[in-house]
Write a protein that binds this ligand. Structure first.
Ligand code: TA6
Length: 290
């Protein structure tokens, strides 16, 4: 266990030289570097590293609520709480190789007043060559059913947002947070960026590609158990209004999240939900589709 601004931090490494850093605070991945030690995730230069603020970058966990879709604070509270190392990750097989860590956040007495009251939120983070895998699980340990919405908010580092394309979301429906969450259908054959975007794409395919031409890098996001994907970039006006985001930071970040939003997940007592996301990078010396 290391220390980042007084916050306990776990460092994962693997033989080809890539690494990942995870805070117990928020169960949040804050860094993922490839074998050439290039940082692949975006971290705001003005992030607040002080609980109970959320840290603006890496992969925050949004639970038990995504966004403002409910009565809790924005994006729920999992990213604002101290998690602990989980030495009982059952029923996942024990990951005894050194490049994985299991974290857990359990409900408190306080939570008995709100919903979900009795939960155990687990997150396994596994690092392998060129790939970062996150396996979130939620168990209902209460006597009543509860529902929740969930997202892994992937802040990806890009060279220039206006040079980025997202493939895999074409023809899908999406809810547009900028248009009163109304439902639209994606017409473009790839998503490009020339302004603020804040959309929940519904029932996405298992693979989404984020292509950064300048860095000649493609991120591939594969996911299970999380049917939706949020695509968010605040652009200049919103960026200026956010104290924990540099005015120019919107140019080098893009959020493409794994999420379960449109259809909340319902758990009966002692049921457990399991999701999975794999982020990998393909350094492409050619443009996509060729
Ligand atoms: O993408 C959904 C969203 O709620 C955006 O509207 C924006 O507020 C973003 O998340 C950031 O939320 P945060 O609480 O991390 O500042």
């Amino acid at each position: 266990i290391h220390d980042k601004d007084g916050l306990p931090k776990i460092i994962l490494t693997e033989p080809t030289g890539s690494s990942a850093e995870v805070l117990l605070y928020g169960g949040q991945v804050i860094s993922w570097k490839n074998e050439r030690r290039e940082e692949l995730l975006f971290m705001s230069s003005k992030a607040f590293w002080k609980p109970p603020k959320a840290i603006r970058g890496g992969i925050p966990v949004c639970f038990p609520q995504f966004g403002n879709l409910g009565s809790l604070e924005q994006h729920g509270f999992a990213r604002n709480r101290m998690w602990s190392l989980d030495n009982d990750p059952s029923p996942l097989p024990p990951a005894n190789n050194q490049s994985s860590v299991d974290l857990v956040l359990k409900s408190t007495e306080e939570d008995l007043k709100t919903s979900p009251r009795g939960f155990e939120l687990r997150l396994r983070i596994c690092l392998s060559a060129g790939k970062l895998t996150l396996i979130p699980r939620v168990r209902n340990v209460d006597s009543k059913s509860f529902s929740f919405t969930f997202a892994l908010r992937n802040y990806l580092s890009v060279s220039d947002i206006s040079e980025v394309r997202v493939e895999g979301l074409e023809t899908l429906d999406y809810l547009d947070n900028l248009m009163r969450k109304e439902r639209f259908t994606e017409q473009a054959d790839a998503i490009t960026f020339d302004g603020e975007m804040d959309r929940v794409y519904l029932s996405t395919p298992t693979k989404i590609a984020i292509i950064d031409h300048e860095k000649k890098r493609t991120f591939e996001l594969r996911k299970d158990g999380m049917p939706d994907s949020v695509v968010w970039n605040p652009w200049d006006k919103k960026a200026k209004a956010m104290p924990d985001l540099g005015d120019e930071d919107y140019k080098t970040m893009l959020c493409v999240d794994s999420a379960a939003i449109e259809t909340p997940i319902i758990l009966k007592p002692f049921e457990e939900w399991k999701g999975r996301q794999e982020l990998s990078t393909v350094s492409s010396s050619y443009c996509s589709g060729q």
